[in-house]
Design a protein around this ligand. Structure first.
Ligand code: BGP
Length: 462
C-alpha cells in the first residue's frame, strides 16, 4: 500500500436534503425557493427535471444506508431541509419531519455510519424568501430558532454539525450571477446576504455552545485557490488576492478568526457597500468561531489583472477587479467544464495549516461530474468509471501529502454517494459512487468506483 491514512480517518460522502430526499404526498414539507422557482419556470432546469422527486431517499433511506455501507462509508453528511422541519420557515413544526430525521439518523448510527448534519444547503423556505431571505435580519432569527430546534431534537446523537454549506454560493447564485432564486444582480444586496449568513452561523454556534451538548460545530466552505497568471507580476498577484478575498476569505476569516478581511472591507467601504451591521453583531461573530472546517474543493481559479477598465455592468461587480485566465496547460473535466487540478486540494490544506491555525478540517466535498455515464456500463450493468477512480487517487495522493506535512485533516468525503439532483443542472452531471436509473424506478447500482472506495476505506489507504 502506498498511501496509508491516520487511524480513524473519516471515509464517506456528502449529500444534501433538497437534492436527495424528494417529496411525497402528505409528508408535510413546505415549499422552498427551488420548489417555487421550478414551478415558475421549469425551462431553467436541465431537461426540465425539478426538485419534486430527486432520488427519493425519503422513502428509500434504509436501502440507501445499506448501499453506503457497501461503499465503505464510516461517516456521511446530509442536510436537514429547513422547509421540511418548519414548512413556513418558523412557527409550527412538521412532526413527520421529526420522525423522518430521527429514523434516518438512528438507522445510520445502527449501521456504524456517523451522521454529520448540515443546516443550510441553498434551501431557503419560500415564506422566508418572501420577506427578503438572507437580506432580512428576521430571517437570521428564524434560522437561529431552526438551528436550536435541530440541536435540541437531534443533538443527543449527532456530534458533528455544520451551519452552512458553501455560503458564498447563495451570494453568487442569488445576487450576482443568477443561478439561484431570486436571481438578481446587485453587489450591495449580495454583501448584505453574505454578512447575514456569517452572522447566522455565529449565532447558531453560540446557541449550540450554550446548550452544552457533547459535539462539534463547524461550517463547510468551497475553497477555490486563486492562482495569479504570473506570480512575478504584482498586478496579477493583487488581482488574484482580491478574488481570494471575495470568494474564499470572505467566509474563511469570519468563520475561523471572527473578523472580515481588511482588504475586502476597505474595498466595500469605498463603494459605500458595507452591510447594515451593529457592533454587537460583530462581537457575536468575533466570539463564536468554528471548531471544525469542512473544505469543498472542485477547481482552482486562475486570475490575471483586469485588462479593460470598463465595468461589466452599470453597477460594480467582483469581476470588475480581475479577469479570469485560461492556463494553457490545464486539464479539463469536459462534461462539467471545470479544470481538474489535484494539487489545489493540497494548497487549500496548507493555507489552512499556515494561515488559520491548523484548525481541524476535512475534505467535505470533492468529485467529478460526468454526463452520459450510461455509455460506460459493462455487460453486467455496472458503470466502469475508471476516470473517477483516477480523479480520486489523484486528489487523495495530495491529501495524504498534506497530512504528512502536518495538516490537521480528519477525513475525506466525496461528492457524492448516489447520483442526485443538482439545482439547475438537475441530473445532467452524475457524481455518485452509485448510479440512479431515472428511467427504471430509480434503481441503484454500485459503480466500479464504489467498490474501489470500499476497499480504500477498509484498508484505510490505497
Ligand atoms: C457543490 C454543491 C453541491 C453539488 C455540487 C455539484 O458546489 O455543494 O450541492 O451541487 O457542487 O454541482 P454541479 O451539479 O453544479 O456540478
Amino acid at each position: 500500500m502506498n498511501y496509508r491514512f491516520p487511524e480513524g480517518f473519516w471515509w464517506g460522502s456528502a449529500i444534501s436534503g433538497p437534492q436527495t430526499e424528494g417529496r411525497i404526498k402528505d409528508d408535510g414539507k413546505g415549499d422552498n425557493i427551488w420548489d417555487y422557482w421550478y414551478r415558475e419556470d421549469p425551462s431553467l432546469f436541465f431537461d426540465q427535471v425539478g426538485p419534486e422527486e430527486t432520488s427519493a431517499v425519503y422513502s428509500h433511506y434504509k436501502e440507501d444506508i445499506q448501499l453506503m455501507k457497501a461503499t465503505g462509508h464510516n461517516s456521511m453528511r446530509t442536510s436537514i431541509q429547513w422547509s421540511r422541519l418548519f414548512p413556513e420557515g418558523r412557527g409550527e413544526i412538521n412532526q413527520k419531519a421529526v420522525t423522518f430525521y430521527n429514523n434516518y439518523i438512528d438507522e445510520l448510527i445502527a449501521n456504524d455510519i456517523e451522521p454529520f448534519i448540515n443546516l443550510y444547503h441553498f434551501d431557503m423556505p419560500l415564506a422566508l424568501q418572501e420577506i427578503g431571505g438572507w437580506e432580512n435580519k428576521e430571517v437570521v432569527e428564524a434560522y437561529v430558532n431552526y438551528a436550536k430546534t435541530c440541536f435540541e431534537l437531534f443533538g443527543d446523537r449527532v456530534k458533528k454539525w455544520f451551519t452552512h454549506n458553501e455560503p458564498i454560493v447563495p451570494v453568487e447564485g442569488g445576487y450576482l450571477y443568477k443561478f439561484h432564486y431570486p436571481a438578481v444582480v446587485d453587489m450591495k444586496r449580495a454583501v448584505q446576504v453574505a454578512y447575514h449568513e456569517s452572522l447566522a452561523s455565529a449565532k447558531a454556534i453560540k446557541v449550540y455552545r450554550d446548550l452544552n451538548l457533547d459535539g462539534e460545530i463547524g461550517i463547510i466552505l468551497n475553497l477555490t485557490p486563486s492562482y495569479p497568471r504570473d506570480a512575478n507580476n504584482p498586478e496579477d498577484v493583487k488581482a488574484a488576492s482580491l478574488a481570494d478575498a471575495f470568494f474564499n476569505r470572505s467566509f474563511l476569516d469570519p468563520a475561523i478568526r471572527g473578523i472580515f478581511p481588511e482588504d475586502l472591507v476597505s474595498l466595500l467601504k469605498d463603494l459605500d457597500y458595507l452591510p447594515d451591521y451593529t457592533a454587537e453583531e460583530l462581537a457575536i461573530i468575533k466570539e463564536n468561531t468554528i471548531d471544525l472546517l469542512g473544505i469543498n474543493y472542485y477547481q482552482p481559479r486562475r486570475i490575471k489583472q483586469k485588462e479593460s477598465s470598463e465595468r461589466l455592468s452599470d453597477k460594480p461587480m467582483p469581476d470588475d477587479y480581475f479577469d479570469n485566465y485560461i492556463w494553457p496547460d490545464r486539464k479539463m473535466n469536459p462534461y462539467r467544464g471545470w479544470e481538474i487540478y489535484e494539487k489545489g486540494i493540497y494548497d487549500c490544506l496548507i493555507n489552512v495549516r499556515d494561515h488559520y491555525g491548523n484548525i481541524p478540517c476535512f475534505i467535505s466535498e470533492n468529485g467529478m461530474g460526468v454526463e452520459g455515464e450510461a455509455k460506460f456500463k459493462n455487460a453486467d450493468g455496472m458503470i466502469e468509471d475508471d476516470y473517477r477512480i483516477d480523479f480520486l487517487k489523484g486528489h487523495l495522493t495530495y491529501v495524504h501529502q498534506a497530512i504528512e506535512e502536518g495538516c490537521n485533516v480528519k477525513g475525506y468525503h466525496l461528492w457524492t454517494c448516489m447520483d442526485n439532483w443538482s439545482w439547475m443542472n438537475a441530473y445532467k452531471n452524475r457524481y455518485g459512487l452509485i448510479s440512479v436509473d431515472l428511467d427504471n424506478d430509480k434503481k441503484r447500482t454500485i459503480k466500479k468506483s464504489g467498490y474501489w472506495f470500499k476497499e480504500v476505506s477498509d484498508r484505510n489507504g490505497f
